[in-house]
Design a protein around this ligand. Structure first.
Ligand code: HEC
Length: 107
């Protein structure tokens, strides 16, 4: 009898653990940023690489950038979207970044 009570007492704990092991809904957040040296290494060599890595590596992994293929207009749109999200793109770097991206990750 004592033994049975103990099992009953453990039941709620067991079902809690089960609930926690259920798959969580996929988070909408992009993959997290790399450290600065890794972020730089993830971008293709070329003029504008450093400023792009610093500016665009701040919030998320470079892979969501380097896996895309867009023309200059497409990249300009993306960079504009990122500025809306809070990316710190200096005016003098805007064209450098868009040109670098279009050249390195073009169609
Ligand atoms: C202030 C944080 C921040 C910075 C800095 C930032 N991004 Fe993003 N970026 C996000 C967030 C948040 C998302 C995911 C939400 C979304 O897709 O709308 C995202 C998603 C993306 C995507 C995927 C979007 C898609 O439509 O597939 C690309 C490409 C991208 N960023 C490129 C860039 C580039 C290029 C830069 C540098 C100019 C940059 N990001 C800098 C926050 C940032």
């Amino acid at each position: 009898m004592v033994r049975r009570l103990a099992i009953l007492a453990l039941l709620p704990l067991g079902s809690l653990a089960l609930a926690q092991s259920q798959p969580q809904p996929a988070p909408a957040a992009p993959p997290p940023p790399l450290d600065p040296a890794q972020a730089l290494a993830a971008f293709a060599p070329g003029e504008g690489r450093e400023v792009t890595a610093t500016t665009c590596g701040a919030c998320h992994s470079p892979v969501i950038i380097t896996s895309k293929k867009l023309d200059g207009q497409g990249w300009a749109q993306i960079v504009d979207q990122m500025i809306d999200k809070g990316a710190q793109v200096q005016d003098q770097d805007y064209n450098t970044i868009v040109t670098y991206l279009a050249k390195s990750y073009g169609p």
